[in-house]
Design a binder for this molecule. Structure first.
Ligand SMILES: CC(C)(COP(=O)(O)OP(=O)(O)OC[C@H]1O[C@@H](n2cnc3c(N)ncnc32)[C@H](O)[C@@H]1OP(=O)(O)O)[C@@H](O)C(=O)NCCC(=O)NCCS
Length: 337
């Protein structure tokens, strides 16, 4: 338990567009310069399912937290927690959490559960309250500006089964809905039944899929066991029920600029499935789809989220490239309220 005797008075107010600079001023260096909040802040403010709060001390912003209502508004996902560097270690994060839970109980009584994602080794105090639902390996790959094409070529040379991209389908919106509606078995691809997209953990209920369908995600699906599958978009032709268990799904969000440096973009690729060669094919194809949309001279920090069993293979894929450590693991935590 944190020693809170020195904790000063903290007040909470809703975040507004005018607070942007002050929130950014307490956010320096978060996730090694790959923080998503600078890019998302204003869009988040417009989202009716999200609430954003500032923690203030003597009128100054000292903390930030937000929650998004998901799972038909029965779950709140907490996102983008941060405390000003000079206020860390005093228990402010705990006060912010308590405020969010109180707000959920009073303003959103339908919410029965809180979910969040954290990096490896979350604080012990957090683990006494939350249950760990799942964890994935996080493998960042840096494709530096000016070396993007050559790095891409190197990656390509390391992907052995490129012919597997013939079995790969890009799912259109209607197909995404069908994918999760018609074949419950496909949920076996999703550890803990959760579809995690760019750190946002969701069940596959229709209202959550609607949230994701607004995000310009590239949905890729392939069935590695099915040699007869063509490049047809008809994923239902991919084999019998057991074969689906071996399928592979990936999601990428449009790359977005991060504070690290000008023209550096972060590309999150969430991978679902265990087949290493399939994973590499998906990664390569996802990057190839995203690169042409970037401004000239851009670099990419490609962040892969994959089953832990794929870590060694993904490390080999990026061997010799400039290391870019962010975090090692993505953990999903959940608590009933
Ligand atoms: C992680 C961070 C928010 C911790 O803030 P802090 O105020 O220094 O944390 P403290 O250790 O003083 O506070 C301990 C209390 O906060 C809670 N807490 C600490 N880290 C937490 C975290 N990452 N998520 C949720 N709660 C957290 C603890 O459970 C504890 O609660 P309790 O007092 O009710 O038991 C802060 O270091 C920070 O802003 N880091 C950079 C951004 C970041 O890594 N954010 C977290 C992931 S989104």
């Amino acid at each position: 338990m944190t020693e809170k005797t020195f904790l000063p008075q903290i007040d909470f107010v809703p975040a507004t567009a005018e607070d942007y600079e002050e929130v950014m001023s307490i956010s320096g260096g978060i996730y090694n310069g790959t923080d998503y909040l600078p890019f998302r802040y204003h869009a988040w403010l417009k989202d009716p399912k999200r609430r954003m709060f500032l923690a203030k001390c003597e009128g100054k912003v000292v903390g930030f937290e937000s929650f998004l209502l998901v799972d038909d508004e029965t779950t709140a996902v907490l996102e983008a927690l941060r405390v000003a560097p000079w206020m860390r270690g005093y228990g402010v994060a705990g006060v912010i959490q308590t405020f969010c839970l109180d707000t959920l109980r009073s303003d959103h009584p339908k919410v029965k559960r809180v979910r969040l994602t954290r990096a490896e080794n979350p604080p012990a105090a957090l683990l006494t309250k939350y249950k760990v639902i799942n964890s994935k390996a996080v493998v960042p790959i840096l494709l530096p500006a000016g070396q993007l094409e050559s790095t891409l070529k190197l990656l390509e040379s390391r992907v052995k089964n490129l012919e597997k991209s013939q079995n790969l389908s890009l799912l259109e919106q209607e197909e995404v809905l069908k994918f999760f509606e018609e074949s419950k078995i496909r949920e076996d691809l999703l550890p803990g039944g959760l579809l995690v997209q760019g750190w946002l953990p969701l069940t596959t209920c229709r209202s959550n899929l609607d949230i994701l369908l607004q995000r310009k995600i590239v949905w890729m699906y392939s069935h590695p066991g099915d040699s007869s599958a063509s490049s047809s978009k008809d994923t239902t032709s991919c084999g019998g029920p057991n074969a689906y268990l071996e399928g592979f799904l990936s999601l990428s969000t449009p790359p977005f600029p991060v504070p690290l440096a000008e023209r550096i973009h972060r590309l999150d690729i969430d991978l679902f499935g265990n087949d290493p060669s399939c994973a590499k094919v998906h990664i390569l194809q996802q990057v190839k789809i995203r690169v042409p949309a970037l401004p000239a001279g851009s670099g990419i920090i490609c962040v892969l989220y994959a089953d832990e069993t794929l870590r060694t293979e993904l490390d080999q894929l990026r061997e010799g490239l400039t290391p870019f450590p962010i975090v090692r693991e993505q953990m999903i935590l959940e608590m009933e309220i």
